[in-house]
Design a protein around this ligand. Structure first.
Ligand code: NDP
Length: 341
């Protein structure tokens, strides 16, 4: 409800509302937006904030029907950092800083259960779209919970300079692993080695033969692969995995823009090498968020991990920023500033 009083405009919720009205400050720009433009396959993320708030579980049939209805009628839902303007729920009050499900708009009415109150404000607030938010949890769950890493293991990370994997590489180093990452430009390769502490990194676009490149960087083979890319990269990795290796299937960005996904060869390596390949959807694992925060907050404050962000100004920049993710235009976590408090 918009209430006008002389010179100022006050935004308020209807009196009976139990929702939270927030002003968006930072919006996250993520590859999964692209996947949501396709008709859903199985239980993935539904695009509408409204429907997401109404139905806590992604039901497959419901998903297909509503995808047709609301994808054109609703602002794009995503994760952001925001300030509470009005709250119909006692846990939140005006002025609270929160992160969670908001939308590509200046103000959003959110369900309280989709928001986290921000407790640590002595770190950059934009980090709650990245290392302290969904991508951070993705790195944490996908690396520690799925891969169960051990000191001395050989870890390979694709799309390594992105929001998730720059952290995976740093978590792997903190665990005492040997880490190699790939990226699509030489500038990103240098950042991975010099800023994020990767042991090695290479530009996959300059390699004619990915299998040969992996053999060069991993003569003994790979124990852990953190998968973000899929396609030809996955084919080459399968040939280079060691026995009992683990693959955390986080994303396959090379496939998201294809009408039909490419086939992947070398899958029989999964049997011969007794590999564990496990996919996951991070939103199903937020029960571990407090444990993750306990680990990561001191690491950030003590400067033991760094986080590279690519920040652009203005809501109108969001579509171009999203398109840029698929050509590697972003250097680090892509963030869009909507308002400066
Ligand atoms: P970012 O948006 O930060 O970066 C994406 C990067 O991927 C680009 O910068 C680009 O870097 C690289 N890339 C784009 N297209 C290709 C391609 N065709 N082949 C190889 N690399 C490509 O990524 P995030 O860290 O946010 O996400 C990484 C992956 O994790 C994505 O696949 C995403 O879908 C997935 N994800 C999964 C989650 C889950 O719950 N399972 C949660 C969050 C993310 P470059 O210059 O190196 O090419």
């Amino acid at each position: 409800m918009l209430v006008k009083s002389s010179a100022t405009i006050h935004l308020k919720l209807p009196r009976a509302s139990t929702s939270v009205l927030v002003k968006n400050l930072y919006l996250s720009c993520d590859p999964y937006f692209r996947r949501r433009m396709n008709k859903p396959q199985g239980r993935y993320v539904i695009p509408s904030l409204l429907v997401r708030n109404m139905f806590p579980v992604n039901l497959d049939i419901l998903n297909s029907i509503i995808w047709l209805l609301f994808s054109m009628l609703q602002p794009i839902a995503g994760v952001g950092v925001a300030k509470v303007v009005d709250a119909g729920h006692s846990y939140f009050k005006k002025g609270d800083l929160v992160w969670g499900f908001t939308g590509w708009e200046e103000y959003t009415i959110s369900a309280p259960r989709t928001l986290f109150k921000i407790q640590h404000t002595d770190v950059p607030l934009s980090y709650y779209t990245g290392t302290l938010g969904m991508p951070g949890m993705t790195a944490y769950y996908g690396f520690y919970e799925i891969c169960a890493p051990k000191k001395g293991e050989y870890v390979f990370v694709s799309a390594a300079s992105g929001a998730v994997s720059q952290l995976v590489g740093q978590f792997a180093k903190l665990t005492g692993c040997y880490v190699v990452g790939t990226a699509g430009t030489n500038e990103k390769v240098e950042l991975l080695k010099n800023k994020c502490g990767f042991d090695e990194a290479f530009n996959y676009k300059e390699e004619q033969d990915l299998d040969a490149a992996l053999k060069r960087y991993f003569p003994p083979g790979i124990d852990i692969y953190f998968e973000n890319v899929g396609g030809k990269m996955l084919e080459a990795v399968l040939l280079n995995m060691r026995s009992n290796g683990r693959i955390s299937a986080c994303g396959m960005i090379s496939q998201y823009n294809l009408y039909r996904e490419e086939g992947v060869r070398n899958l029989s390596c999964i049997i011969a090498k007794q590999l564990l390949v496990k996919g996951f959807i991070v939103s199903n694992h937020f029960n571990l968020y407090p444990k993750y925060m306990e680990m990561v907050i001191p690491l950030i404050k003590e400067g033991k991990i760094c986080y590279i962000e690519d920040i652009v100004e203005g809501l109108e920049s969001e579509p171009a920023a999203l398109v840029g993710l698929f050509s590697g235009k972003n250097v680090g976590k892509q963030v869009v500033v909507v308002a400066h408090e």
